[in-house]
Structure formats: C-alpha cells, structure tokens
Design a protein around this ligand. Structure first.
Ligand SMILES: Cc1ncc(COP(=O)(O)O)c(C=O)c1O
Length: 394
C-alpha cells in the first residue's frame, strides 16, 4: 500500500544491522551466552553523584520547562568544561543543551543545509550522518582517510572534494567507528581549509573523554573559528545514554538561531537531565581519568587478540571505545567479497556467539566494528571464540 509519505522520507533507510540485532535478541532469549561487542553503550551506570542530582531535581520540583538551551548554570558548566579541559578562553561562544548529540546534529543540519548543498563527511561515518544530511535536503560527499590515520580524512584529502555547492565539513574525532583522533596539527589545518573556503566546520566530539596515551588533543573549541560548531554529549563520557543530554557550542549568533529552532522542536531537554548533566560536567576530570585507564587496557587486550587471527589487521586506535579491524584479506581467503562483511558478522554471531557490527553499516565494507566494553575476561573469551570460528571456516 502506498503510504503517501513526504519525499524526504525516502532518506529513511532501514538499519543494515537490524537483522543481526534481531537475531542476537532471539539467541539471547533462547538462553545462548552471547558476548556483545556490538552496542556502543558503556556497561556501567552513570556516577552516583549524577543520579543524586537527578533525584534531587525531581524532589525539589525542578521538573518544569527551562530556558530553551538549558538553565544558565548548565550553560556555564558546559563552557567551563571547555575552559578547563581544552583551554577555551574564548571568543564569545555559548552553549545550548540538546536532547543528546543526535538531536544537536539534526538541528544543525536543519539550520545550515539547503536543498542541493553538499556536506563533506568522513567514511567510515557514524550511521546517522548521511541520513540527517539527506533529511535536510543536502547531499553527503564521502571522503575516506588512510588506514594509517585511522581513516580520519585530513585537510589535504578533503580539499579536492570541495566544490561550489559545499557548505560544511562534518568531522568526528575521536571517531565512531574508526577510533581515530585528530592531532593538533591536523585540526589546525582543517580550520585553515574551512576558513579559506568560508565553510562551516561541525565537529562531533562526543567521545572526547576517551583518548588514550596523550594528555592533549585537538578540539575545535580552541580554534575560535566563527563558523565552527562543536557537538558534545554526556552519553558516553558519563555513561548517561538514557538521560539524553548533549550540547552544541559555538558563536552566540548561531546558537540563538539554533535556540529558535529548538523552541519549535523539543522546547528544551528534560530539566531533570539538565541538573544531572551539570553535576557530571562539573566533576569531569576525576570521573574520566579512572575510566580511561580501564578502557585502554581493554582496547589493548582485544586489539592484540584480533591482530593474532589470520587475515585480520588490527592496531589499537587512540580514541573512543571501538576497534575497526580490516578483515578484507580474511574474506578474500574465504572466497568472499568485502561487502560480505554483513553475512560474516552473522556467521560470527551464529558460530562464536559474538556480536559485531559490519563495516558496511558505516560505509566501509571489509571491516568489523567491535566495542571493547565488556569485562576483560569476556574480551579474552571473545578472542578465543573468534579464533575457533575463523579457523573452522578456513
Ligand atoms: C559519533 C556519534 N555522534 C553522536 C552520537 C549520539 O549520541 P547521543 O546519545 O548524545 O545522542 C553517537 C552515539 O552513538 C555517536 O557515536
């Protein structure tokens, strides 16, 4: 039956990983012991202090509508986080709280992109980027970086893709699924590129609490570029996925336009979540340091294990909590194409009871994404199971 939907609904494609997720749920229900390396959601709960801040918001009646972009102390806490962590000293920027970073990115698209505009996005990409660009009427232009740079495209790689219709470059560092992190030098070159071409630079930095082996790393917040918008979130950094609290940081003139849009969309994020997020952001440094040490250990255990398997290339990237190994040689040895990574992820689920996400879901066939979130002993077991499954197939 014809549903008579709007043309833009054509951008809504069914998730390529839905079949694997459905099958994983089915296996779980039937009692199969699965090791889930698929979901990008921390396994621990949000910190106790964050929970208490939410509860006390409810008990004290802080439960009504707030300012569209969040109550003033939250706005201040977001900016102060960037002053403390990234040295933002800055330049008349303001923050607006949103219902998660996903909504933030959607709103940016609605505000900035027109029909026929082009938006450069990295490949592999986080799954919602192309759809959100298309829903705004624009066209995504994909640019892949080299494996050595964990697929993050550099300014030199992006430049040839810039044309008369390009309006924005959307970057993601630390990256999902790549785990790549832009160095300060690479970040500065990107800013030079957008300045020279008068483009918007949208920087999704949702995983910025998860950077390993270096104390300083680049954030667009330090650049003071007036067409720059930083998107952040409490979801990953503070294990607050269900609180739905993200934000945009940028020039006041753009934030006030975004607030107009948000006033017609969500009015504001939940008041309760805002109080919880304010508490999380204020305790930033002490919370994230211990998590980082734990994540780095897990990353290394899984990366070493995967790299020891035949036909799999895997080196530990510096950020986020994903590995994105290249399995194209293995697929070739099995007589399969890179685009068979989806089937292969299905085989790993059936044979090894390990949930992974195929690279095709992120526009990069011949890869798998594995989230190193379970406990170390489970990660070790996953490697044993994967080894058995792979050897059984070869
Ligand atoms: C790269 C990236 N950006 C944005 C988001 C959205 O996060 P939020 O929970 O804040 O909406 C995610 C969530 O997985 C992500 O991986």
């Amino acid at each position: 039956m014809d549903l008579d939907l709007a043309k833009r609904a054509g951008a809504l494609i069914k998730s390529q990983t839905q079949a694997i997720n459905d099958r994983a749920q089915e296996l779980k229900r039937s009692g199969r012991d699965l090791i889930d390396l698929g979901a990008g959601e921390p396994r621990f709960r949000e910190p106790e202090s964050v929970r208490s801040a939410g509860i006390s918001a409810i008990e004290s009646g802080f439960t009504g509508y707030t300012e569209v972009g969040g109550f003033p102390d939250l706005e201040k806490a977001i900016r102060e986080r960037y002053e403390k962590v990234f040295g933002l000293d800055n330049h008349g920027w303001k923050a607006m709280a949103t219902d998660g970073a996903k909504t933030a990115l959607f709103e940016i698209g609605q505000l900035l992109y027109d029909e026929g505009d082009e938006v450069v996005i990295p490949r592999p990409y986080w799954v919602s980027y192309p759809t959100q660009v298309k829903l705004a009427g624009a066209d995504p232009v994909f640019v892949a970086g080299s494996a050595e740079n964990n697929y993050l495209p550099t300014a030199e790689e992006i430049e040839p893709e810039i044309g008369p219709d390009t309006v924005a470059i959307l970057i993601n560092s630390p990256g999902n699924p790549s785990g790549g992190v832009y160095t300060e030098n690479q970040g500065e070159k990107l800013v030079e590129l957008v300045k020279a071409n008068d483009l918007f630079l949208i920087s999704d930095e949702c995983y910025d609490g998860f950077v390993y082996g270096q104390d300083r790393y680049w954030s667009l917040a330090t650049a003071g570029y007036d067409r720059g918008l930083v998107v952040g979130s409490t979801s990953k950094n503070f294990a607050m996925t269900g609180w739905r609290l993200g934000y945009i940081l940028g020039e006041k003139k753009y934030i006030s336009e975004l607030e107009k849009l948000q006033s017609h969309l969500t009015s504001s994020p939940s008041a309760i979540s805002q109080k919880a997020a304010e508490s999380a952001l204020r305790r930033e440094l002490s919370l994230s340091r211990e998590l980082r040490v734990e994540f780095e250990q897990k990353r290394d255990v899984l990366a070493e294990g995967l790299a020891s398997l035949p036909g799999i290339k895997c080196s530990p990237p510096p950020g986020s909590f994903y590995l994105f190994p290249d399995i194209s040689v293995l697929l070739e040895e099995l007589g399969r194409e890179p685009s068979d990574d989806t089937d292969f992820a299905g085989t790993l689920l059936e044979e090894a009871g390990v949930v992974t996400v195929p690279g095709s879901a992120f526009g990069k066939p011949g890869h798998l994404r594995l989230a190193y979130l379970p406990d170390i002993d489970r990660l070790e077991e996953a490697v044993v199971r994967l080894e058995e499954a792979v050897n059984g197939l070869l």
